[in-house]
Design a protein around this ligand. Structure first.
Ligand code: ZN
Length: 118
């Protein structure tokens, strides 16, 4: 089953070409295209906050490629996670019960047992 990228899901980050912000989220729009939109405040002009407002929507083929790469990476991450879960610490002797040894019972003052075994 192929996992799909959901609308509005962040599938990566880019460095904003407008303001240089390094963690600009790359998301998927309703049309299935990949886009980014930067609303970082980059300064002030006439007493008003000036925002970057750099936006870009990738074309269909570029969007499909970016989404495919994202899903591929997700699959690799999921596989790594499963692999890590399998690496559990070895079971201790307390849980296996196989190597549990009963302490020797005292034999002092039991003449009948001495007679049987001796
Ligand atoms: Zn920006």
């Amino acid at each position: 089953m192929v996992k799909l990228v959901e609308i509005g899901q962040q599938i990566g980050e880019v460095t904003c070409p407008g303001c240089g912000r390094p963690d600009l989220p790359v998301k998927v729009n309703r049309g299935g295209n990949v886009y980014y939109f930067c609303a970082a405040i980059i300064g002030e002009r006439n007493g008003k906050k000036e925002k970057c407002f750099t936006r870009h929507t990738f074309g269909r083929s570029a969007s499909e490629r970016i989404k495919a790469e994202y899903l591929e990476q997700e699959a690799i991450n999921a596989r790594d996670q499963v692999h890590e879960e399998k690496q559990q610490p070895p079971a201790t002797t307390e849980t296996t019960g196989d190597t549990h040894v009963e302490p020797p019972k005292p034999r002092a003052g039991n003449p009948i047992l001495d007679w049987i075994t001796g």
